[in-house]
Design a protein around this ligand. Structure first.
Ligand code: ACM
Length: 630
């Protein structure tokens, strides 16, 4: 992308120029121009001319349910354009013009995930946004993405007809608040972004060995004791362990939980709480040691890892869990309750007379079957309250509970096995969905828990395994990205790991497989960096284009043409092995690097975004290939 184009893109405020200037500058437009909408809509047909949006444009919302959408839309217009539209609680008539109408209509019956379907028809006279209340909400996000990033009194919106519906009904983002918690304000900001990119399920990982984060009124010690650890692991000193000596903790009150749930609901997002059982329970055992198989005492874990102390399968444990889950279910109106089920060492059960007695009594052959029995019993309780159980794929071990949904994280095998048994599945394999992995080579990233997961790989994911037949494939209800926070102690670290990968995930979750194309996505993504910046997100600044990790030069000089996908960024570089900073040479024109056989050149680049944030240092090794003569 040239600097000229970058400047124009910035002017366009995040939509391709043909969109916003069509009405103003040229009347002839290229119908093939793609709107910079993420996730990409199912169908879009560009028209001629444009609609003029200003504070004179009226907003028609004829039924009361639609009025809530009108009010949300106006809040966003106020933020983006600096004005609200006058709302009229009726339908427009023939004499009306220059209006935006929210129309509640049942979507066409042949579409998948109908309730989330919408049509957005923009013509020079009016904008009609049609769908269920949820469908309209998603159409509003599409419309908002067509607006410029910078406020303007008058905006020309390109005429277009969009019909859109999602590929999957579960489009999830998970957040672990056990290892490190975040404020309610942060969660709201996270939910805003999820909704803007049409993600609809927030999986809130609320209990862990290192902290119990949800107030349970029947058991106050869960948060009084279980919510606090005496220290955390210092940096990466897991083994041998070194602590940082700083107490850490906190929890969400039930009032705060209700606030988050209702904020999410207004954004058509379901919150799925996770209460880990029977493992990852050390914080609960620190509070109530009588629920363990050994006497304790236990402390809230300070190190990261998997711990042997789990709930014992006693009647006291079930009594406790049923009371806890009853309070939890009252707070979360969604149909699902996540019970964890992952990473459960069986050591304590093997050595416990009580656990062994239960196995004999119930005719269970091994501890895996005991875990399965444990989860079935919890499922029966949850189902009796009208809710559905979901768990990580370990819940397959020893036999799946009859109605359980499986979240497949250790690859896809668990999901495949569950779908073959007729169970619903959410795909979330570490290979493509774990956003705690780094987004580039390890030495250039700071906060990864394990592995590398670049945005291109996220984008490439197809959650439907070809090995399943079509009936089995129907059980794959969607996918989810997970954020584990061992090494994410500050909110901006979570933002860095989430953005821009969330945008790739949203397109995998929403857009049909045949509609996906990485080149198109990256082009549209370029228009979203200013939006992420405007939202105040510490997104990861991507590697410049034209900077491969290794170059085999075939000539005595090698020329690099660099560009940053973030419009308006500045790039600084060094070739002498020092770490670049803003006093280093600024990249302004293609760089000619001299190469000599046997001498690698190290090019290091720092990108500074328009809001002044620094990228990780990106490196390239330029190596003379055999073809280069001395
Ligand atoms: C998990 O990552 N332990 C589900």
């Amino acid at each position: 992308m040239s600097y000229q184009v970058l400047a124009v893109l910035a002017l366009c405020g995040g939509i391709f120029c043909a969109n916003s200037f069509a009405g103003e500058a040229k009347k002839t437009v290229n119908k093939s121009v793609e709107l910079a909408i993420i996730p990409k809509p199912a169908n879009q047909q560009m028209g001629q001319g444009s609609f003029s949006l200003s504070n004179k444009t009226r907003l028609f919302a004829s039924d009361t349910a639609t009025l809530s959408n009108a009010s949300l839309l106006n809040d966003r217009l106020q933020q983006t354009l600096g004005f609200r539209l006058p709302v009229l609680a009726r339908s427009p008539d023939k004499s009306d013009s220059n209006y935006l109408q929210l129309k509640t209509e049942a979507p066409a019956a042949n579409l998948k995930n109908q309730d989330e379907t919408y049509t957005l028809a923009i013509n020079p006279r009016s904008i009609a946004l049609t769908g269920s209340i949820t469908g309209q909400f998603y159409g509003m996000q599409t419309l908002l993405q067509m607006l410029p990033v910078k406020a303007g009194a008058l905006t020309h919106l390109r005429t277009v007809n969009i019909t859109d519906s999602p590929r999957f009904s579960w489009r999830g983002m998970h957040l672990d608040v056990g290892r490190h918690m975040v404020s309610v304000e942060f969660i709201k900001k996270f939910l805003d972004q999820m909704a803007f990119y049409k993600m609809n399920t927030f999986h809130w990982h609320l209990t862990e060995d290192q902290g119990w984060r949800i107030e349970i009124k029947t058991y106050p010690k869960l948060t009084e004791v279980g919510g606090w650890r005496k220290e955390s692991t210092l940096k990466r000193h897991v083994e041998p362990y070194i602590g940082d000596g700083k107490p850490y903790g906190g929890f969400y009150t039930q009032e705060q939980i209700k606030e988050v749930v209702s904020y999410a609901a207004a954004r058509h997002t379901t919150v799925v709480p996770e209460i880990e059982l029977p493992g990852h329970a050390q914080a609960a055992l620190a509070a109530y040691p009588e629920l363990a198989c050994t006497p304790g005492p236990f402390e809230v874990a300070t190190n990261w890892g998997i711990f042997d102390d789990i709930y014992c399968p006693s009647e006291a444990t079930f009594h406790f869990l049923e009371n806890v889950l009853t309070e939890v279910m009252a707070l979360f109106p969604g149909q699902y309750l996540h019970i964890g089920g992952d990473e459960v060492p069986k050591t304590r059960w093997k050595n416990s007379a009580l656990a062994q007695d239960v196995m004999r009594r119930e005719g269970l052959k091994n501890e895996e079957e005991l875990q399965s029995w444990f989860i079935r019993r919890i499922e029966k309780f949850i189902n009796s309250k009208g809710k559905r159980l979901i768990g990580w794929d370990e819940i397959l071990e020893g036999g799946l509970a009859p109605n359980a949904t499986v979240m497949s994280w250790r690859g896809e095998d668990g999901g495949i096995a569950a779908a073959r048994q007729g169970h619903d599945v959410i795909m979330s394999p570490t290979s493509h969905c774990y956003f705690d992995a780094g987004q580039g080579p390890k030495e250039q990233e700071s906060w990864e828990l394990s592995g590398e997961l670049g945005i291109e790989k996220v984008y490439a994911y197809n959650p439907i395994p070809a090995i399943l037949n079509s009936e089995e494939q129907r059980h794959i209800k969607g996918l989810q990205a997970n954020i584990w926070t061992e090494y994410l102690s500050k909110p901006e670290m979570i933002e860095y790991m989430t953005f821009p990968r969330l945008l790739a995930m949203s397109e995998v979750a929403w857009t049909a497989q045949q509609g996906k194309e990485y080149a198109s996505f990256t082009k549209r993504l370029g228009a979203h960096y200013p939006r992420l910046q405007q939202a105040g997100l510490a997104y990861r600044i991507p590697r410049p284009t034209g900077l491969p990790e290794q170059i085999n030069a075939t000539d005595k000089t090698h020329t690099l043409s660099l560009d940053s996908p973030v419009a308006g960024s500045k790039m600084y570089y060094t070739l002498d092995g020092t770490v670049p900073n803003t006093s280093s040479a600024r990249y302004l024109r293609p760089l000619v690097v001299k190469v000599k056989p046997g001498q690698d050149r190290l090019l290091q680049v720092l990108t500074v975004s328009p809001d002044g944030r620094h990228s990780a240092i990106q490196r390239s090794i330029i190596r003379a290939s055999g073809a280069v003569q001395k």
